[in-house]
Design a protein around this ligand. Sequence first.
Ligand code: COA
Length: 211
Amino acid sequence: MDDAITLVPAEPEDALAAAKLWVDAFHDKFLHALGQDPAPALEEWLQCSPGTFAHTTFARRGDDVLGCIQIYTAQEGAQDDVRAIWRIARRRLGLRRAISCMARFWVMDSYRIPKNELYVKTLSVDPAWRGHGIGARLLDYADAEARARGLSVVGLHVITENEGAIRFYERHGYRRSPKQGVWLGRWAADFDGCYKMTKCLTPERRAPHRS
Ligand SMILES: CC(C)(COP(=O)(O)OP(=O)(O)OC[C@H]1O[C@@H](n2cnc3c(N)ncnc32)[C@H](O)[C@@H]1OP(=O)(O)O)[C@@H](O)C(=O)NCCC(=O)NCCS
């Protein structure tokens, strides 16, 4: 892995960089539901939610943001400011797309994080930098943060169509639960549903003490 790539906390002034990364990473998966150019709406939403950045870590190479992960605990909750998102979506995207956008948020955002879990959101890597181990490094970071906080599980949601990511998570020790969906999602957003995936962390073995 490229030594020049470092994991660093994101700052509120990184809203544009985060929006661009997410558009590149997720456009084909679900951001197309937000229209041709979702970056300005995403950037506006991130600027309205500066608290988001307290949970966001970037993989950076110089000024470039190559990857991102967000982590949350039960105390913090992972809920977005749904009213702010609705206002921005309604104004920028029109009624139908705004409903479609909210339907997707509904499934994943109504999730209550269990007390023993570290919850991962928006794991994403710039398409030009995939296959370089950045995704694996961001998942290792989540494992380490979970252990540091005394948590035994790392969990996330992934949409059912995202087969590449599901395989990636399974290779990294995650197991999936049965599909979750909402009728509103299928009706308004052509959204089949998602899987909850979890990884149980085994306690780290200490090296045997030699005297
Ligand atoms: C899933 C994702 C984060 C993985 O990131 P990544 O940096 O490519 O991950 P890695 O390089 O650690 O591993 C990718 C795997 O695919 C293989 N691969 C090879 N070339 C690749 C390429 N061009 N693109 C993607 N994967 C590639 C790697 O060998 C590796 O296999 P391994 O796990 O058996 O070693 C990334 O593909 C992504 O951003 N996808 C779009 C956003 C998304 O769907 N996120 C998940 C939301 S739940």
